[in-house]
Design a binder for this molecule. Sequence first.
Ligand code: C5J
Length: 227
Amino acid sequence: MAHEKLLTVPAEPYPFEFDPARSALLIIDMQRDFLEPGGFGAMLGNDVGQLRRTIEPNRRLLGAWREAGLLVIHTREGHRPDLADLPPAKQVRGHGAKTIGDDGPMGRILVRGEAGHDIIPELYPKTGEPVIDKPGKGAFFATDLHAILQNRGIDRLVVTGVTTEVCVNTSVREANDRGYDCLVLEDCVGSYFPEFQEMGLKMIKAQGGIFGWVGKSADVIGAIAKK
Ligand code: C5J
């Protein structure tokens, strides 16, 4: 391509090359209910500290990505207030005392428009940055993400967010099947379970990068700063 400017960052299983103009930062589900001490995740007994360690690296990366004038896309997992898009199977799964749509510590759980459903203030979207409201774990299922990326000529994704083994992994797998190359940043993704964090990353980069690459935010920040 005539105007392509390829940057290379260290990654596993091998260095990741990307043209910043054709790359997007995809930040998955950095929502208050998953990350904040008073949220739904914490109410279930999860250690939100495992996710909160990703906030500062994400904040630095987001600042650098914005500074470089590149495309940022945010996602939020959640449902319509009338729950018409909530599969009954998802609603009853887990047999917990509370489920999606019930009143939680920060409003109705995983319902659009509620405080807990929104993105944490540290990474809040700026005007013009697309926010994808997704009803499932994957960012492509029942959303316009693929159309937005295609319309902008994007073929590489730098992926961050939570949780590593659930919505990050599902979204990366969906992206891979649609032809995108994904770099997942290990310091910017988090799981409530350390063993799932480790295995979730291993699964992405195994077998020569079967779903994508795993790297570190400092290397991406360094590369785009020099572009
Ligand atoms: C996400 C979840 N975002 N763990 N959701 O991973 O239910």
